[in-house]
Design a protein around this ligand. Structure first.
Ligand code: M6R
Length: 366
């Protein structure tokens, strides 16, 4: 059942070229300029005309929500708020006529997310569910939604659900952007074309597995880890840190790279591994200076870079390459090495990666 892999987590990491493809199957066709989500029809106009989107989720799904904040603001020009479901439900949130809520949940059974939906519904909001498990409580409680079609995720650490969530949320943002005209026709086609190439690029990113085993060997005894990213890759930094802490029990924190100066820089010394997500995007120059700041304090830099980047190679102790893609879709590639790094470190530390201590696959109690 693990398909020859020692753990479900590794199987699910390696399944991502397929699960992302499945999340797009019948939905994207770049050559026809076609993009459609069958589950979002009746309320499609509500989404297109939304004055604000409120995203509710927990854990990794909340990180996918943060990526969606960049996607919807960039592509569809809709203001987005991303809320921890557990906080949202106990506030007295303001929900106005033009607001829509997107609830993201792999299992569709997370108690806080479900309660957040019920609260938003009671205030008149339209809810779009983005779930993996078909027929789950959250999918039933939503007015409309889109399934991930990623297939069952067994490992407690979420991997293929995250990439399918980002892929579905990107499709939603692109549909809205196209309808609203906030992206041009050529930008629309370029995004669809890039989306279609993502599965093969993920396949390529997975090829760094052997190199990551070597890196894991160097860092398996670390006590702490810092993850830094900017823009679309800031949520990926959070996700990388969550993956590492939940399965290897190493304390890890993710930060937007520029926040480092506002505190965490004090932690950096020769003992501190710093994983920097540094693809060649709009923030490239800025993140290069962040790497230099870490190096100046003897921090040990592992950088995730765009294929062929030689500049960062000269500065970082290790660089892991991912193929180039549209900036908005980069999280689908940059998260792959971070998943693998956490997996290998956890295995080397003798941890039970599929069922980490104290954790459940779906958190059905608050
Ligand atoms: O099923 P959900 O997506 O609602 O679950 C949310 C979180 O419990 C989940 O993502 C959790 O953080 C994972 N263990 C992360 O790997």
């Amino acid at each position: 059942e693990k398909g020859g892999y020692p753990h479900f987590m590794l199987k699910e990491i390696f399944e991502q070229p397929k699960s992302i493809k499945d999340s797009m199957r019948g939905r994207v066709n770049a050559s026809l300029g076609h993009l459609q989500l069958g589950g979002i029809l009746q309320y499609a106009n509500k989404l297109t005309n939304a004055e604000r989107i409120i995203i509710v989720a927990c854990g990794t799904s909340w990180h996918a929500g943060l990526v969606a904040e960049y996607l919807f603001e960039d592509i569809a020009r809709i203001p987005v708020e991303v809320e921890y479901a557990s906080e949202f439900r106990y506030r007295n949130p303001i929900i106005r006529e033009g607001d829509v809520v997107i609830a993201i949940s792999q299992s569709g059974e997370t108690a806080d997310t479900l309660a957040a939906i019920e609260l938003a519904k009671s205030k008149g909001a339209v809810i779009f569910g983005v779930c993996n498990v078909v027929g789950s409580s959250i999918s039933r409680a939503s007015h409309e939604g889109a399934y991930l079609h990623a297939g069952p995720e067994i490992g407690v650490a979420s991997t293929k659900a995250f990439t399918a969530q980002v892929s579905v949320l990107a499709m939603m943002a692109i549909i809205v952007g196209n309808k609203k005209g906030t992206i041009t026709e050529s930008q629309y086609i370029a995004l669809l074309t890039e989306l279609e190439t993502i599965p093969q690029k993920v396949e390529k990113a997975l090829k760094s597995n052997d190199q990551i085993v070597e890196i894991a060997e160097q860092f398996k005894d670390a006590k702490n880890f810092l993850y830094l990213g900017r823009g679309y890759n800031f949520p990926v930094a959070l996700e990388g840190a969550l993956k590492l802490k939940e399965i290897s029990y190493i304390h890890a924190e993710g930060y937007p790279a520029a926040e480092m100066k506002h505190g965490p820089i004090a932690l950096i010394d020769a003992e501190m591994p710093v994983c920097v997500i540094a693809p060649q995007d709009n923030s490239y120059e800025k993140i290069v200076s962040n790497i230099q700041e870490v190096r100046a304090r003897k921090g040990r830099v592992i950088a995730v870079v765009t294929e062929g980047d030689t500049h960062i190679k000269n500065m970082a102790e290790y660089t892991i390459e991912v193929p180039a893609t549209h900036e908005a879709l980069m999280p689908l590639l940059t998260v792959i090495p971070l998943q693998l790094l956490s997996y290998h470190i956890a295995v080397m530390r003798g941890c039970n990666v599929d069922q980490p201590r104290n954790l459940a696959k779906s958190v059905t109690v608050e």
